[in-house]
Design a protein around this ligand. Structure first.
Ligand code: PHE
Length: 350
């Protein structure tokens, strides 16, 4: 397989002795951005694979969102069973910050699975190339509420397509994962009048389900729940060639990155008559808010309007897919490819 990325930096952090991976997929649209994932992997090479896939998805995310940024991602691959105390965590973050700084602005980081605004503040002590520091430090803060609102916008578009109304009142949804984004989204959906089934690998999250009056299901049972829409909100690769056959929903739309185990799963979903909105479209609210406010100096209302515009983007994608007999995944990929092609054409002076 050919390397599809502009640059991949792999370091053993001099302080932490942990593998620090920064993958810059493309800067065709602008300097790359993407979150820092601090997560456990059986082998650091699995972290590299994740970084390569996640950074490519960021390129598509920005292209479809219409933002002049490129795709990147950083991964710190923690060995299974290793937990970081505060001191160790600081060492890791300093190691990551040095690698980012050495790229000279080619890549800026943000929060992702396992990191948040406090971590961004620490990285910001070393390098300016960081989004989502706490507001008191001049950053745009936690991106997860915006990611949740962007996903809600995508869900409204899907509801309109399926049921003729964007309202989610009375719809049943299964939210897989109650992390910062998943829990926020579950709260928004409950406020909209939706009936929820929820799960998380952490049994303590059951409390959130109870608070929302949601039905709790075991993680390995929830995909097959008898609901209108399944909402993957945790880690990737939840949809596989095997489990698509078990789905009983009419759509899968959620904020988790890299939901498909392989790209062909999008076709399997389509053949089953299930609408799948590409994760990189539904999950763009966080980066849209961070980049609009921090890089393009949009006010809160303007940034919010851009996040809510995901509803229109998904309406258009579903409409285009329907008209051309494509899957939404193909329609989104084609839109991203078109925008990337136009940008590199411009750069070549074509
Ligand atoms: N985790 C975010 C995503 O996958 C990454 C991010 C958020 C990057 C905010 C920059 C700013 O889209």
């Amino acid at each position: 397989m050919l390397l599809d990325h502009e640059r991949v930096a792999i370091h053993t952090g001099p302080r932490s002795r942990l593998p620090v991976i920064v993958a810059v997929h493309s800067t065709a649209l602008g300097p790359a951005a993407g979150g820092l994932r601090l997560w456990h992997y059986p082998d650091w090479r699995d972290g590299l694979t994740d970084a390569l896939r996640l950074s490519a998805a960021m390129t598509s995310k920005f292209a479809v969102a219409g933002l002049p940024s490129g795709g990147g991602k950083a991964v710190v691959a923690l060995p299974e069973g290793v937990t970081l105390d505060t001191g160790r965590r600081r060492e890791v973050l300093r190691d990551v910050a040095d690698v980012i700084d050495s790229l000279g602005g080619m890549y800026a980081t943000g929060p992702d699975v396992g990191t948040g605004p406090a971590d961004m503040a620490l990285i910001g002590e070393t390098t300016p190339h960081v989004f989502c520091r706490p507001a008191q430090l001049g950053g745009s803060g936690d991106s997860s509420p915006h990611t949740a609102r962007g996903t809600l916008a995508a869900l409204r578009a899907v509801s309109r397509r399926l049921y003729g109304t964007a309202s989610l009142n009375g719809r049943s949804l299964a939210v897989i994962g109650l992390g910062r984004v998943g829990a926020g989204l579950a709260r928004l959906l409950t406020a909209e009048g939706a009936a929820l089934t929820v799960t998380d690998i952490d049994p303590d999250k059951r409390r959130i389900g109870e608070e929302l009056g949601a039905v709790w299901r075991a993680p390995d049972e929830i995909l097959a729940a008898d609901v209108d829409i399944v909402v993957p909100s945790a880690l990737g690769s939840v949809l596989t060639g095997q489990n698509v056959a078990e789905l009983r929903c009419r759509a899968v739309v959620g904020p988790a990155n890299n939901q498909l185990a392989t790209p062909e799963v999008a076709d399997l979903l389509h053949h089953r008559g299930i609408i799948w909105v590409p994760d990189y479209v539904a999950s763009a609210g966080g980066v849209i808010n961070a980049i609009s406010t921090e890089l393009h100096h949009a006010g809160a209302d303007a940034a919010d309007a851009r996040v809510r515009a995901i509803e229109e983007t998904v309406n258009d994608l579903l409409e285009t897919a329907h008209r051309l007999g494509r899957t939404p995944a193909q329609a989104a990929d084609e839109l991203a490819t078109r925008r990337l092609g136009a940008a590199s054409g411009l750069r070549r002076g074509a």
